[in-house]
Design a protein around this ligand. Structure first.
Ligand SMILES: [Zn+2]
Ligand SMILES: [Zn+2]
Length: 188
């Protein structure tokens, strides 16, 4: 008897079981990140109450870059949020982004591989969180959009990317307006 129990504990199968309430997430670095972790937990509790079953908690981190607010990794049961966008759009994250991404994980747990924003995901958004299942968000993404430099020609102002601006500074190239064929110059 003792032997069998020991084998089970050491066995690979039992090591892979993740208890539903164990938090595998990294410690939050800001108040907003702490708020998101609490909001993930309360979304899960709401889902569990309404669906009358438990769900394993996802690993959460804030390492997502670029223009996306969040992503859900279905098989890893993991959520990644954009730390920069979170700091500028905290309310929108709690109201929309967190439940949106959680519904992806829940849909996978409940139905397996289904369309990302298909009827299963949509009905979870409505039923669990009373949200319009919208696939777009109203975040201010100006800070993660590529910075631009103001140039001009006779036609008016033109924005150039940092990459183009640096090429001009290094005197590797010049850019010409297609319409007036004037060389673009840095606007003063
Ligand atoms: Zn989505
Ligand atoms: Zn021009």
């Amino acid at each position: 008897m003792y032997q069998r129990i020991r084998t089970m504990i050491k066995g690979k199968a039992s090591a892979q079981v993740i208890p539903p309430h164990v938090n595998r997430s990294a410690p939050p670095k800001t108040d907003n990140q702490a708020h998101i972790l609490r909001s993930v937990e309360s979304c899960y509790r709401l889902a569990e109450q309404q669906l009358n079953r438990s769900f394993p908690r996802p690993e959460v981190n804030f390492k997502l870059r670029g223009k996306s607010a969040g992503t859900a990794h279905l098989q890893l049961n993991k959520l990644r949020f954009n730390a920069t966008l979170l700091e500028e759009n905290a309310a929108e994250f709690v109201a929309q982004v967190v439940p949106h991404e959680i519904c992806h994980l829940l849909a996978y747990q409940l139905y397996g591989r289904v369309k990302p924003h298909g009827k299963e995901w949509q009905s979870l958004m409505i039923k669990l969180y009373q949200l319009r299942p919208s696939t777009t968000h109203n975040l201010d993404i100006s800070s993660v959009e590529g910075k631009t430099y103001g140039y001009r020609c006779d036609c008016g102002p033109v924005n150039l990317s940092v990459r183009r601006h640096n090429k001009i500074l290094r005197q590797q190239t010049q850019y010409r307006c297609r319409r007036c064929s004037q060389t673009l110059t840095l606007a003063g």
